[in-house]
Design a binder for this molecule. Sequence first.
Ligand code: NDP
Length: 250
Amino acid sequence: MSQLNGKIAVVTGGARGIGKEIVKKLEEAGAMVIVADKGIHADKPQTLHFTVDVTDRRAVEQFFQSVTNRFGSIDILVNNAGISTMAEVLEMEEEDWDSVMDVNAKGVFLASKYAARQMKIEGNGGKIINISSQAGKNGYRYMGSYVASKHAVLGLTKVMALELAVDNILVNAVCPGIIETEMKRTERIWGGKLRGVEAAAIEAEDHSQVPLGRTGSPKDVAEAVLFLASNAADYITGESINVTGGMTMN
Ligand code: NDP
């Protein structure tokens, strides 16, 4: 497949988990991919890694400026970096609320703003793909900050799609369900402590909740991102695609 030949893509949080698989998928499709991540877990020397904290306005602005100066216009931005914490809202520390909103919502705002500014200047259009979650459409116990942040991402997706349509910059979201990554493993441990059960019990429950009978893999999410990044999705903007094995249908 070479539908992204000559395209330049940036993936935030692309060093592991879902982001890493998105990087792989976009590279296989021919794109040059630049990873912006807080930590570097590079195991593929051909992928360009930059250390960027998406919550740091100055760092994000400088990153997009230097990427454009060095490599030319950015065609695709995937806002994937995300974190989660778990607590009942009544017990949630202010710091937990702030840190989740900062990475998951402000980080998407900052990266989208500076990437879209560059896309507008270059005048070639572009694609912004935000990794929200089924938590952006439903409520889940103990995940108040995460659910709020992922709803914010879907709201911003719609607003930016409207504001940037005139520049042919398409803004869409992908809403994954239960995807087997480090984040999910950690959530099961926290969730287990809050509910007084073993993480394994939550894992079994997770599997039984999915109509397709299995939890998802990072590859399942990356396929949807590739579709939105490709020309096949050139008439789609302001949309969100659920990748949940049937768990979420709204
Ligand atoms: P992981 O925790 O496995 O990976 C997240 C990546 O984001 C890590 O590489 C992490 O870097 C990076 N990151 C975290 N904070 C920042 C920051 N401030 N600046 C830059 N990079 C940062 O998570 P997943 O792969 O599971 O999740 C990826 C996305 O998918 C997230 O937005 C998540 O909310 C979403 N999602 C995940 C689901 C799941 O079930 N796994 C379900 C629905 C949505 P480091 O390792 O250095 O901290």
